[in-house]
Design a protein around this ligand. Structure first.
Ligand code: KIV
Ligand code: NA
Length: 266
């Protein structure tokens, strides 16, 4: 299967078709998601939560993001691999953003990056695009700004809708190839998709965006924690894994494993 490229996503929007993005952080899950036909694999800074165990995305470093990005690009033949610019790795200047994006592509094998923030980062987006980096803009609830936003809250309600639409337009003008919206009222997300030429991706943003994204551990029911309302759990991997591992443990302590089938003869 040939690679998904940025222009394929643009074509999807123009044809009224949809596409799916899913997070991935390691080679085996990346292989499964890629072979299942997911168009975009996101090496999210949500790895801070889902892989490392921090309670926010703030602590993850560029070096850590590079390790996860390498693993995902090694497992991917068709999907577009996008890596997040982590907190602290791009805010200071457009040049800092370019330098980090180049590392994620050169050392990690990413084919595009995602940056949190609105019009205030348009200059950063433009500089990355000029350097040959395809960029996704992430607006609405932006987890790296959790403390500034006062926690996990829906963004773009009421009067804030207009400035969100303006942010989306500014990022598109700066050259972003897609705008991702997190926790936004669905009519506002629909409006953003309508006024933009480029495709949109939603998470907790309703059904009118061009694409959707979820964190894979949420989608597959791996985590112990309650998931947000916008998550649909398509499997219960936590119980599948837990019962298999308990059975292994039982069989080891009882001596049932390894039976003769699993041993080497003389
Ligand atoms: O890091 C992440 O997983 C994300 C998605 C939730 C959009 O940014
Ligand atoms: Na992220």
């Amino acid at each position: 299967p040939s690679r998904i490229r940025v222009h394929h996503l643009q074509q999807a929007k123009e044809r009224g078709e949809k596409f799916a993005m899913l997070t991935a952080y390691d080679v085996m899950m990346a292989e499964i998601f890629d072979q299942a036909g997911i168009e975009i694999l996101l090496v999210g800074d949500s790895a801070a939560n889902t892989v490392i165990g921090y309670d926010s995305t703030l602590p993850i470093t560029v070096d850590e993001m590079i390790v996860f990005t390498k693993a995902v690009s090694n497992g991917t033949k068709r999907a577009l691999v996008v890596a997040d610019l982590p907190f602290g790795s791009y805010e200071q200047s457009a040049q800092q953003a370019v330098a980090t994006a180049v590392r994620l592509m050169k050392e990690g094998g990413a084919q595009a990056v995602k940056i949190e923030g609105g019009h205030e980062f348009a200059e950063h987006v433009r500089a990355m695009v000029l350097a040959g980096v395809p960029v996704i803009g992430h607006i609405g609830f932006t987890p790296q700004s959790e403390h500034a936003l006062g926690g996990y809250r829906i963004q773009g309600r009421g009067d804030a809708a207009e400035s969100m639409i303006a942010d989306a337009k500014a990022l598109e003008r700066a050259g972003a190839f897609t705008i991702l919206m997190e926790m936004v009222p669905s009519p506002v997300a629909a409006k953003v998709d309508e006024v933009l030429t480029v495709p949109t991706i939603g998470i907790g943003a309703g059904n009118a965006t061009t694409g959707q994204v979820l964190v894979w551990q949420d989608l597959l029911g791996l985590g112990a924690n309650r998931t947000p309302r916008f998550v649909k759990k398509y499997a219960d991997l936590r119980s599948v894994i837990s019962s298999a591992v308990s059975q292994y443990h039982q069989e080891v302590v009882s001596g049932a494993f390894p039976s003769a089938d699993y041993e080497f003869k003389e």
